[in-house]
Design a protein around this ligand. Structure first.
Ligand code: ADP
Length: 300
């Protein structure tokens, strides 16, 4: 029996891709796609040629997070063409193939694996410095499939995104163990949503009245500060939203021997950028999360 012709085609396709990075998470909703999208934006802003492949077949959020909703994939004689945000940032997702964004994709394993193979062998990326793969949460068919398909061409490693709570960290340990079993290096863990951080001027200040109602006193509070302590208006207020008394991702990394890449705070401006499909690095609006994300990208 000769070599699998699909794998041969994948190896040929991937020959023009220098680095392949998987973005993983144990749970959904921890910010994996947000991180993948912003990582792609950051690498593209550094003038790398970047591809972003979304294999979260049941919940593809990458088209929206890159401002590409409603776009379709075109076929050329070289293969499927990614949808381009900029000339050096191409995106491929099943989201581009669904006639209606609300359509549910209810597929069993083999069909999902088939699509992943097709993405890898039929998409014409051209020369890429980085291919960032946004995987679904957990360790399921799609993960085994992508690793098997890319094994022969080499994967640089995985980045695991988590929140600080134990419930998420327990699943990260599973993700680390999966990577070890299948021989994928863990480049590191990102702790996302590590506290809510906002410029003090973005807060709403409330006062409890005697009858238990809340009164908005923002104007008064900010005017007071402006007059009495203007330097306080430059402060960024942070509060821990999730319980990290267990030491968070840093401690877990220490215990499992994988690198800790850093923390990204919960930043309403980052959420807005993601909703609007914008890079958080493009303007100064994501003042608290963009520097944190940039530091992480520079560590890779
Ligand atoms: P996942 O891919 O892990 O399911 P998403 O990336 O879709 O998670 O994130 C879930 C939601 O949380 C999205 O609305 C996203 O914009 C928001 N989000 C993620 N990270 C942050 C953050 N650091 N600050 C604010 N909102 C965030």
């Amino acid at each position: 029996k000769g070599p699998d012709p699909d794998l041969v085609s994948i190896v040929e396709r991937m020959a023009t891709v220098k680095h392949k990075i998987l973005v993983l998470s144990g749970k959904g909703g921890v910010g994996k796609s947000t991180f993948s999208a912003q990582l792609a934006f950051a690498l593209a802003a550094m003038d790398f040629q970047v591809g972003l492949l979304d294999i979260d077949i049941c919940g593809p959020s990458i088209p929206k997070m890159l401002g590409l909703e409603g776009h379709e994939i075109h076929q050329s004689n070289l293969g499927w063409s990614p949808v381009y945000v900029e000339s050096n940032l191409g995106v491929m997702s099943i989201g581009f193939m669904l006639p209606h964004p609300d359509d549910a994709v209810i597929w069993r394993g083999p069909r999902k694996n088939g699509l992943i193979k097709q993405f890898l062998k039929d998409v014409y990326w051209g020369e890429l410095d980085f291919l960032v793969v946004d995987a679904p949460p957990g360790t399921s068919d799609e993960h085994i499939s992508i690793v098997q398909c890319l094994e022969a061409t080499g994967i640089d490693g995985s980045i695991i995104v988590t929140t600080p709570q134990q419930v998420s960290l327990i699943d990260v340990r599973k993700e680390v163990s999966f990577c070890k079993k299948v021989g994928v290096k863990v480049l590191g863990v990102v702790e996302n949503m590590s506290g809510l951080c906002q410029p003090i001027t973005d807060f709403k200040f409330m006062k409890m009245t005697g009858t238990g109602e809340q009164r908005d006193v923002t104007m008064w509070a900010l005017d007071y500060l402006r007059e009495k302590a203007p330097e306080m208006l430059e402060l960024i207020a942070c509060s821990e939203v999730f319980d990290s008394s267990g030491g968070g991702a840093a401690k877990m990394c220490n215990e499992t021997g994988v690198p800790f890449l850093g923390q990204v705070p919960l930043d309403p401006q980052l959420c807005k950028a993601a909703e609007e499909g914008r890079s958080c690095f493009a303007d100064k609006s994501c003042g608290v999360s963009a520097p944190a994300l940039k530091k992480i990208v520079e560590k890779l």
